[in-house]
Design a protein around this ligand. Structure first.
Ligand code: E4P
Length: 230
């Protein structure tokens, strides 16, 4: 399962894009509102940081069919190739998805809360569907089960649409969708950091250091190799 970063914070994007194996960035109106300022410049900066080969998912703010078409074309015009236009799973959204996908535009149908929505989005030509895992879990619904059901529907149909699971609050949710046929997950900076963190990793490293210093002193292996090479 591929990992995408779910933020518009330029510092976080710079850091994770450089050092972590992320394949793109997703945004939505709420994520962009957290950064504020000139949103067009912000989106252009995100594209400049990740480069033209990584995916950038940007959501429409228009809600009427014709306006969604205009906005989607403007977004792709602004941000270039590998830009996926996120369109919510509404009636107008599905109509716009069908039109834009037929033109060859990459569409991520978002705010997906059921396998039925995902199926219609896929048949309309969406490149991705984005089921909201944590929002379902918070309602005592089965977010991971929803992703699993979508994966099963897509597998039976042999569709090319991929699942880009979104809305994660825990590492467990991310790992759970990774085992049910999810293609990609978009994860915020906090959850991304938590995926790597483990207290036993830290205590293991502290133990290695203690044992090393007891046997060889404070020099690192690098320093001892450098001394040997002189
Ligand atoms: C993707 O960008 C989705 O919009 C996002 O993951 C939703 O996350 P939230 O439920 O935490 O707002």
């Amino acid at each position: 399962m591929r990992l995408i970063l779910d933020t518009a914070n330029l510092k976080d994007i710079e850091y994770f894009n450089t050092h972590y194996p992320i394949e793109g960035v997703t945004t939505n109106p709420t994520i962009l509102s957290k950064e504020g300022g000139d949103v067009v410049a912000l989106l252009k900066n995100i594209r400049a940081i990740i480069g033209e080969d990584k995916e950038l998912h940007v959501q429409v703010t228009e809600t009427q069919y014709e306006k969604i078409l205009m906005e989607a074309r403007a977004i792709v015009g602004l941000l270039g190739k590998n830009t996926f236009v996120k369109i919510p799973a509404t009636d107008a959204g599905i109509r716009a998805t069908k039109t834009l996908a037929a033109e060859g535009m990459g569409i991520t149908v978002t705010a997906v809360l059921s396998p039925a929505q995902a199926m219609i989005a896929s048949l309309a030509g969406a490149s991705y569907v984005a089921p909201y895992v944590s929002r379902l879990e918070n309602l005592c619904d089965d977010g991971v089960g929803c992703v699993a059901a979508i994966a099963e529907v897509f597998a039976y149909a042999g569709t090319k649409t991929q699942i880009l699971a979104a809305s994660f609050k825990t590492v467990k949710e991310v790992l759970d969708v990774a085992t049910v046929g999810c293609h990609a997950a978009t994860v915020g900076s906090d959850v991304m950091k938590k995926m790597l963190a483990h207290s036993t990793t830290d205590t293991s490293i502290a133990g290695f250091r203690k044992d090393w210093e007891r046997a060889f002193g404070r020099n690192t292996l690098l320093e001892l190799i450098q001394v040997d090479a002189r």
